[in-house]
Design a protein around this ligand. Structure first.
Ligand SMILES: NC(=O)c1ccc[n+]([C@@H]2O[C@H](COP(=O)([O-])OP(=O)(O)OC[C@H]3O[C@@H](n4cnc5c(N)ncnc54)[C@H](OP(=O)(O)O)[C@@H]3O)[C@@H](O)[C@H]2O)c1
Length: 270
């Protein structure tokens, strides 16, 4: 049985990820602070005949986070899929917000994503097998005045982009999930259907489909996909040009290397 570790699995999108992965046959490690919520998710996923381990940890706390890092780095119990889903949103304007709360937001939304990915990746690369899903947000593309949540999600997008670029050929993949507003119960969603309000189950389905297709960015929902597609266009072009330039440099280095090798051989022959 493959194993997936899902952070923020006590409710919301994380619980939906856990349920879907259990249906796909993954044993689960469920991480969050609320033990009751985690036990609830664990009971639901065990109905699929998989195991569910509950790991209570505050990811904003370095000592508690270390227990999750150790679980991810444990080669005797490999984790095949890491879902960095836990996140907090501090909606206060920057100068009114408590600095400790802002730091917790950074520790949960950024530091935990970086450190758990670091803990998981070495083993995944050694086994040439694994995937990391980083839950970002459409907010990462917006500047909402004074709100620092968006900037933490912009980091998740940039981090995944750079990491994913270094993974081809390793057997490991990484994707940033970039949803707009979701009906996870966190926000007051309108009762009537709206293309701007996404269903968590559909978001998870789309993310796993895009991961299987080898994509490094998933933007569920037609409206969000269109906007992000337009915003990403210049970056995609730039990346393509950089790849071409890199290939040209490598070819020139290869030619120079062959010329150098030939002249060295000529000298030896002489
Ligand atoms: N809902 C949306 O509209 C929306 C849109 C775009 C992106 N997102 C992102 O999607 C992800 C899930 O959102 P959601 O709507 O499901 O949110 P949610 O219902 O508030 O759930 C957040 C999850 O994160 C966990 N969590 C928060 N702080 C934690 C900490 N310090 N340590 C460990 N676990 C922690 C919570 O568990 P405990 O409280 O038990 O610790 C909970 O399980 C987040 O990253 C969010 O930023 C959400």
């Amino acid at each position: 049985m493959p194993t997936a570790l899902v952070t923020g699995a006590s409710r919301g999108l994380g619980a939906v990820f856990a349920e879907r992965l259990a249906r796909d046959g993954f044993d689960l490690v469920l991480v969050a602070r609320d033990r009751i919520g985690l036990e609830h998710t664990a009971a639901a996923v065990r109905g699929n005949g998989v195991t569910a381990e509950v790991l209570v940890a505050d990811l904003a706390d370095p000592t508690a986070r270390a227990t999750v890092e150790h679980r991810l780095a444990d080669a005797s119990r490999p984790v095949d899929v890491l879902v960095n889903n836990a996140g907090v949103e501090n909606g206060n304007a920057f100068i009114q917000a408590d600095l400790r709360d802002l730091q917790k937001q950074i520790d949960t939304n950024i530091t935990a994503v970086m450190s758990l990915t670091h803990a998981a990746l070495r083993g995944m690369i050694a086994r040439a097998n694994g995937s990391v899903i980083n839950v970002a947000s459409f907010a990462g593309y917006l500047s909402s005045p004074g709100n620092t949540y968006a900037s933490t999600k912009a980091w998740v997008l940039a981090f995944t982009d750079t990491m994913a670029a270094s993974l081809p050929g390793t057997g490991v993949s990484m994707i940033a999930l970039c949803p707009g507003r979701m009906r996870t119960g966190k926000h007051d969603a309108p009762k009537t259907p709206s293309p701007l309000w996404l269903k968590p189950a559909a978001v998870v389905d789309q993310c796993l489909r895009d991961l299987a297709r080898g994509r490094s960015l998933c933007t569920p929902g037609v409206v969000y996909r269109t906007v992000v597609g337009a915003l990403e266009m210049p970056r995609r072009t730039l990346r393509g040009l950089a790849r071409l330039a890199g290939r040209g440099r490598a070819q020139r280095r290869g030619r120079a290397g062959r010329t150098h090798a030939r002249s060295a051989a000529d000298r030896i022959a002489a």
